[in-house]
Design a protein around this ligand. Structure first.
Ligand code: HEC
Length: 400
């Protein structure tokens, strides 16, 4: 796969005084009663279908992540990107955005450029570096460990994925808005029935202040999608936030803390603490997606974060005498209505715990190397931004 890697220097607007000098910019979600939660407690919420508790925890995470760090940036912007040094002492001045997965040609034709990037907190990134999770050779070794799993992340590991779209700073830009019941199946942004005019000139409907935004090369990038995964439970807790022009209405607004301020109170939210629970009204497994991210995938509006991420896995093949890791080459997938379609594995929509582990066609799931739900570990960007060396090579083996 050819990697379209756009380096994008983002200068966050309206930054109050940044920390200068050799301070460590990283700021985590504070650890305490609220986080990380005990897995037993989270399991109780799931089995009791306690949606209020699940949502309230997700809002808590979002509130903490968007909280202003000591350097002025929202906390999540102080997190690590693939290739960063663990011990970096530089304040996070710039955000380098990159796309681990190439866009489809349809996306490229859309008037809005898509930009997504993944960030890790220190705990997650430490595990990635110190357990050599960026090294194809070490991954091939892990594939021989019992259960074919990579080493576990710690319970305070967190990964996020953010999605920006571009707007014209001097005019109005039509930004698609997702209305759940009215737009059930549309995929490409151009097909979404409702758009709002965004910009600061008089004819626009929504001012830029209602977005978190960054500026680069004369273009303003607005944040429309925000994914969070925390390793509080083994299957991770999944929550997603997306921009809406009426953010106080409907079930996805419920439970937002009142003190959250613009632009962070402009987001709606949904959660996936389980591949199945709580079920949809027709009894089928739980749906949770972000319209700006999975909403643009085929069948994405029927997806569930956890079921797709359960499938984050690699196939280990033997080529001559060398073991190599590769993505499962047969990308056929069985759709909910029985059709077979070809998609890359990371874009395959499956839902429910059963289908999460049964739909790799020419390789049983058990034979794949499981990547602890993190699809970014399967992405084809390793050669481009190599990870720093682990503290001890000997930590990169089974059972440690
Ligand atoms: C159809 C499959 C699929 C679904 C459904 C899906 N994701 Fe992902 N996700 C991916 C892939 C593939 C990547 C890695 C490549 C990328 O960043 O686009 C990823 C990356 C991520 C990351 C970065 C960390 C990592 O390595 O996985 C987070 C966090 C994340 N997704 C959260 C979510 C949340 C929350 C939801 C549900 C609202 C969700 N995802 C639904 C496929 C999916």
């Amino acid at each position: 796969m050819t990697m379209t890697r756009r380096l994008l220097l983002i200068i966050a607007l309206l930054l109050p005084g940044r920390a200068s000098g050799p301070s460590d910019p990283f700021e985590d979600i504070p650890h305490g009663q609220e986080y990380p939660r005990e897995p037993e407690e989270v399991d109780r919420w799931v089995s009791a279908r306690n949606v209020t508790a699940m949502r309230s925890h997700a809002w808590y995470l979002f509130d903490q992540l968007t909280h202003q760090s000591h350097g002025g940036l929202p906390r999540w912007l102080t997190w690590y990107q693939w290739g960063d040094d663990l011990e970096r002492r530089e304040p996070a001045r710039d955000l380098v955005l990159f796309k681990p997965f190439a866009l489809t040609s349809e996306d490229r034709d859309s008037p809005h450029l898509k930009d997504t990037t993944t960030l890790y907190n220190r705990s997650a990134y430490q595990t990635i570096i110190n357990r050599c999770l960026g090294s194809p050779e070490k991954l091939a070794l892990y594939a021989k460990c019992p259960g074919r799993n990579i080493p576990s992340f710690k319970e305070d590991a967190v990964a996020i994925k953010v999605k920006f779209i571009d707007v014209n700073p001097s005019g109005c830009t039509e930004v698609p808005v997702w209305d759940f019941r009215k737009t059930p199946g549309a995929t490409k942004f151009v097909e979404w029935p409702r758009k709002v005019k965004v910009g600061d000139s008089a004819s626009c409907e929504v001012p830029l202040s209602r977005f978190y935004r960054a500026k680069f090369d004369g273009t303003v990038h607005i944040l429309v999608g925000f994914h969070v995964a925390t390793r509080e439970i083994e299957n991770w807790v999944w929550a997603t936030f997306w921009w809406h022009d009426a953010p106080t209405q409907g079930p996805f607004a419920e439970g937002r803390p009142r003190h959250m301020a613009e632009p962070w109170n402009q987001f709606l939210m949904n959660v996936s603490y389980s591949m199945d629970e709580p079920p949809e009204t027709d009894g089928s497994p739980h749906i949770a997606y972000n319209p700006y991210l999975e909403g643009t995938l085929f069948d994405g509006t029927k997806s569930n974060c956890m079921s797709c991420h359960r499938r984050a896995a690699l196939l280990v093949k033997t080529v001559k005498t060398k073991e190599v890791v590769a993505l499962e080459p047969d990308h056929r997938i069985l759709l909910s209505y029985g059709d077979i379609r070809t998609e890359s594995p990371g874009r395959t929509v499956v839902r429910g715990s059963e289908s999460a582990v049964t739909s790799y066609f020419n390789q049983p799931f058990e034979e794949m190397l499981k990547l602890s739900f993190l699809w970014s570990l399967a992405a084809d960007h390793k050669g481009e931004r190599v990870l720093p060396k682990p503290a001890k090579e000997s930590d990169c083996s089974c059972g440690k």
